[in-house]
Every structure is written in C-alpha cells, then in structure tokens.
Design a protein around this ligand. Structure first.
Ligand code: DOR
Ligand code: ZN
Ligand code: ZN
Length: 450
C-alpha cells in the first residue's frame, strides 16, 4: 500500500487537504484532512510526504502526435510518453496522421503494437477518417480506437475529408455515442487564402466549425472540436451547446499563451519579457518554429479564450513535434511540442490569477475523461486508477534550462519563467517519474480503450 500524505488534492471542485491511500493500481481511499498519526498502519505501507505539493489526478491529454509509425526522427511512443510524464500527463491519445496513416485494422494494430512495446504512460489511438472508410467501424465492431479523427481541412500528413458527402457519411455511420474529433479548417478557404499569401485566417476555422456543428446537430451525434483558436469559433460552440448540440471542444496551450506576432517574427525580447517574465539571455526562436495549424491568433482572440474557459471541455496540447532541421527548412512543417510545458504554464497562469487550480483539474483531468468516456481516470476517488501528479506550485524555473525529453529537443516556450514544477508522477500506483527522471520501463503504459 502507498499513502500520499499531507498533500493538497486538486479537483474540479477545488483544493482540499487530504491523504490518498493506494492499493495496487487503484485508489483505495481518500482521507479528508490528514491522518494525524501513521502509527499502526502496518509495515507494508510506503508513505510519500507530499507536504507543500499539489496532488492532481494524472493529466489526460486527448490530442498528441506520437509520430509512430513513420516519423521516428521526430518522436516515438517512448520519447513522447516520457515527455508526457515529465509534464504530469499519465494518459495520452495519439493522432493517426502518421506514415502510413492509421485508417484500418492493420494500421491500428501496428500503432497499438508499437505503443504497447514502448509507452511509459497509458494511451489510446485514434482512427483516421478517409473518403472511403466510412464502413470500417460498422464492419469491425471490435476495434480498440479512442475515437475517429477527421481532418476536415488538410494539415500535416495526407489525411483529408473535405467533401460534404464523405463527411456526412462518417457523421451518420460512426457509432453515435463515440467521439468524432475534428480538425476544423475549411479547405477551400485554406487554399484560397493560401494562394494569396494569407495563411489560414480565422474565417477558415469559423466556416468548418460551423459545418461540424451543423453535421452533429443534423445527425444528433457527438463531435469534438480540436484546438479552438479564435473568437468566432468560441461563440459558435457556446451557442451550439446552449441549443443542446452534442459538441465538446478543447483549447491548446499555445493559443492561450502565444500570439501571431511570434510566427511573424514581431516579438522582441522586451515584448516577451512584458508578456511573461522572459528570462534574459535566452535567444528568441526563429519565427518558423511558431508555425502551426491553425495559426496563432491575435490578442483579442486570446482574451476571448481566457474569458471563455467555461466553453472548453478540455485543454489538450496538440503536441506536434518536428525536428529543428525540418523546422528550419525552406518549407517548414506546422506544429509545436507541448506535453512538457502545459502544466507549468497553467500553474503559472493560476498563480497569476488567470484561472483557478480547480479549472486546471477540470480541463486537464476530469473534463477529458468525461468527454471521451474514459473509465476510472481523471479523478482522485476510491476505485479510480492511482494516476497521480505531484507538483510544486512555488518552484520557479526557466523552460529550456532543463532537459527536454521529447525527441524533437526544443520547445516554443524556451526562455519563459514559470512558477510550478512536476515533481513526481504515479501511473496506476507505480512511481513513473521523479525529479526529472523517467522511472517507468518501456511498455509500462496500457491501452485505456477496451
Ligand atoms: O500544426 C499542426 N501540426 N496542426 C495539425 O493539425 C497537425 C500537426 C502535426 O501533425 O504536425
Ligand atoms: Zn489539428
Ligand atoms: Zn494535432
């Protein structure tokens, strides 16, 4: 048995003093207040002193790119899940825009086999929608995917379902209680503006979010909007939810913390210092490193996102690593890594009063579990998996000064002073990460979708 003693438990309801008793892989009991005396608890009890630390349910990141199969120069299930643990994340969902893409039983099995052998945290794997695989789920009711991912607009990789008919058929035929997660950018708008030198303006996202919502409403089914980035998207989703449409959505840290000025190279050292205690001496990244789909937005969009955290069901990283060499090439790929920085950034924002610790637990733990029907995760309660993230809310450090575990080896937040550090992570009762080191062995992670 394991006792996490003296910690401050964070849940969607707030922060409270409580001890957590772990038996094997599960939480056996939550003891409100703290056990006054540990005497008589037996010699087999291992006590961890979490005094001064926050104890979160292990974070669940429903949007990551682990790059396997085919993109191992950027990441694999080992390095990617090491990055997850370093960020306090104990479960990840991996996206199917790999090479080959995960679009049928054989490729899903291949990706799940790779994850089983390498992952150090728990995982689920998305199936990718294509123009022809609408019947896949109907014909294979025993698949173990965490959801269907539909690229309604193009991005990294070759997955794209842009025609209305193919989209509609997927919305009709994919089991309605399961989640279709969409990359919503309107492909004709992406093309039109791209040809005129304007990269993916907000109207592209707005148009396709409207379409996704309309499809979900018409088909009376679940849809999950990935990486909401702009004001109108938020408004559309808020209205749809109020009408009872079964829509959920995620915000990504980069849209909360970075503006388009980064991508356009308009950020000066002074400006970044103003934004968030930028540590002097850290060279600013070249602009291409901040290129992602959808692109970074204006300050007014960011303000809307922060003011509308109630519209979000999850915060998910969209951890999308590319090597520095690829990023510095003439046509850099889009995407940034995010697993190692999400919690420190959010703890810093909590310290600044921009959100409550309870919001962090709702958006990174309970919300993702609820959105994707993940059993026995996302909360600290008896019977739940003992996935626990212990974080020091006071520790100040500079992102980039500590080793980066993602294979890509860089972060768009290098140089940012943050307040909040992940100290220990337990995965189903086992210490998996402590003081900067991954302890879990390859293959310690399990598929959370049965
Ligand atoms: O910037 C992005 N990168 N957006 C996506 O939708 C895909 C991702 C990637 O896989 O690199
Ligand atoms: Zn996307
Ligand atoms: Zn993505």
């Amino acid at each position: 048995m394991l006792l996490i003693h003296n910690g401050s438990l964070v849940s969607a309801a707030g922060v409270r003093q409580a001890d957590v008793l772990v038996d094997g892989e599960r939480i056996a009991a939550v003891i409100e207040g703290h056990l006054p005396s540990l005497a008589g608890l037996g010699p087999d009890l291992h006590v961890v002193d979490a005094g001064g630390l926050l104890v979160f349910p292990g974070l669940i990141d429903v949007h990551t790119h682990m790059r396997q199969p085919g993109g191992e120069q950027k990441e694999d299930f080992y390095t990617g899940t090491c990055a997850a643990l370093a960020g306090g994340v104990t479960s990840i969902f991996a996206m199917p825009n790999t090479s080959p893409a995960v679009t049928d039983r054989a490729t899903l099995d291949l990706a799940l086999d790779l994850a089983r052998a390498k992952a150090v945290c728990d995982y689920g794997m998305f199936l990718g929608a294509t123009n022809t695989n609408q019947r896949l789920r109907l014909d294979n009711p025993d698949l173990h995917e965490c959801g269907l991912k539909m690229y309604m607009g193009s991005s990294t990789g070759d997955l794209l379902v842009e025609d209305f008919g193919a989209q509609y058929e997927h919305f009709q035929s994919y089991p309605h209680e399961r989640v279709i997660a969409v990359h919503a950018e309107h492909e004709p708008a992406v093309r039109y503006f791209g040809q005129r030198g304007e990269r993916r303006p907000p109207i592209a996202a707005e148009l396709e979010v409207a379409r996704a919502v309309a499809l979900a409403e018409r088909c009376d089914r679940r849809v999950h909007i990935c990486h909401v980035s702009s004001r109108r998207e938020v408004e559309l989703i808020r209205d749809a939810k109020a009408r009872g449409v079964k829509v959920t959505c995620e915000y990504a840290p980069h849209y909360l913390f970075l503006t388009a000025d980064f991508e356009h190279g308009r950020i000066t050292e002074q400006r970044s210092r103003d934004l968030q205690g930028y540590a002097p001496g850290h060279a600013l990244h070249p602009a291409a490193l901040y290129q992602m789909n959808p692109p970074l937005r204006q300050e007014s969009d960011i303000e809307t996102l922060w003011a509308s955290l109630d519209v979000a069901d999850c915060i998910a990283t969209d951890h999308a690593p590319h090597t520095l060499e690829e990023k510095r090439s003439p046509r850099p790929p889009s995407g940034v890594p995010g697993l190692e920085t999400m919690l420190p950034l959010l703890l810093t924002a909590a310290h600044q009063g921009r959100l409550a610790l309870a919001d962090v637990a709702r958006l990174c733990c309970a919300g993702p579990a609820e959105t994707f029907n993940i059993r026995a995760k996302g909360r600290i309660a008896p019977g739940f998996d003992a996935d626990l993230t212990l974080a020091d809310p006071h520790e100040e450090w500079t992102i980039g000064d500590r080793p980066i575990l993602s294979r890509c080896g860089w972060t768009p937040f290098a140089g940012w002073r943050v307040r909040g550090a992940v100290k220990q992570v337990y995965l189903r009762g086992q210490l998996a990460f402590a003081d900067g080191n991954v302890i879990a062995a390859r293959g310690a992670g399990s598929c959370i979708v049965n």
